[in-house]
Design a protein around this ligand. Structure first.
Ligand SMILES: Nc1ncnc2c1ncn2[C@@H]1O[C@H](COP(=O)(O)OP(=O)(O)OP(=O)(O)O)[C@@H](O)[C@H]1O
Ligand SMILES: [Mg+2]
Length: 269
């Protein structure tokens, strides 16, 4: 099988992009036995913490820093082995500095990095920053498929429409094909009116909107992920750093979430 690159994207913060990218990585590696390269493309750099490393891990492993792609050192990048099946390239504040600079061919550097590693992995998962502009363009150009977490409330759900416009504009401007866009309604609470209404809007309006723009690929809407404290407990657990193992070992009452994460992973790959 050839490598598939999936980017977790949305221009707004707090939608579940990082959580989602991490969960996809863990489900693909721990349940399906796939080799995964996780790339953190956000200067906040939360993936290193979600993987159980300290904030300053890149001081000890400078060659696992994504910013090297902007220093003409793409070939020097050496991912960190997180677990048997998972390697990662992490990020820090430097990425924000490079975002401001004029660098030749800037938008294509992430794609080049993905190409360099395609042979070695089944999946490359990119956790994207909350922005539009040149770094967002880099992410769209590097991806085969997009994973789009959307918080189920009217503001975030309607904001995502503008984001889909931007993604489609990038695809058109660069003649870039994205095979599949999976929308993931997140932080859902079935007893809240606003959340039920926005879930129904995501299901009914977003796929139609993408098609009306002229998008030819597949658009799916996943079942909603409920709001659960489990996600924060799994992220801060000092032993596991893997939501699959956390549920299996320490939070068995949340097995429904594991089933849901498997469904969402299968829809997104
Ligand atoms: N379904 C959920 N239930 C409860 N908490 C959640 C859920 N999904 C995400 N969270 C929490 O919400 C917070 C924001 O999630 P996350 O960091 O993944 O968002 P993001 O889109 O990557 O944000 P940013 O743009 O700031 O990087 C985190 O603390 C995460 O643990
Ligand atoms: Mg994030």
């Amino acid at each position: 099988m050839s490598c598939v690159t999936i980017a977790s994207v949305n221009q707004k913060g707090g939608q579940g992009k990082s959580q989602g990218a991490h969960a996809l990585t863990m489900v693909l590696s721990s349940i399906y036995g796939k080799r995964v390269l996780l790339i953190d493309f956000d200067p906040h750099g939360v993936q290193k913490l979600l993987c159980g490393y300290k904030e300053n891990i890149l001081d000890a492993y400078p060659s696992a820093n994504i910013s090297l792609i902007f220093e003409d050192k793409l070939l020097d990048i050496d991912p960190i082995r997180v677990s048997e099946k998972v390697d990662a390239i992490f990020s820090n504040y430097l990425l924000a500095e490079y975002a401001e600079r004029n660098i030749k061919n800037k938008e294509n550097l992430l794609s080049k990095l993905v190409k360099r590693f395609e042979e070695e992995y089944d999946y490359i998962i990119i956790d994207s920053l909350r922005t539009t502009g040149s770094l967002m363009t880099s992410v769209v150009l590097a991806a085969d498929k997009l994973f789009v977490p959307v918080k189920t409330n009217i503001l975030d759900e309607s904001g995502t429409v503008g984001f889909l416009d931007e993604v489609y504009a990038i695809m058109e401007a660069y003649d870039k094909e994205i095979e599949k866009i999976t929308l993931i309604p997140n932080l859902y609470e079935s007893n809240v009116n606003d959340k039920r209404e926005s879930l129904s809007n995501i299901k009914n309006n977003h796929p139609k909107y993408l098609k009306s723009l002229g998008y030819k690929g597949e658009v799916l809407v996943a079942p909603p992920i409920p709001k659960r404290s489990l996600f924060d407990s799994a992220a801060s657990d000092p032993e596991v750093y893997n939501i699959v193992k956390f549920i299996e070992k320490k939070a068995k009452s949340n097995r429904d979430i594991l089933t849901l994460l498997k469904t969402i992973t299968e829809m997104s790959i």
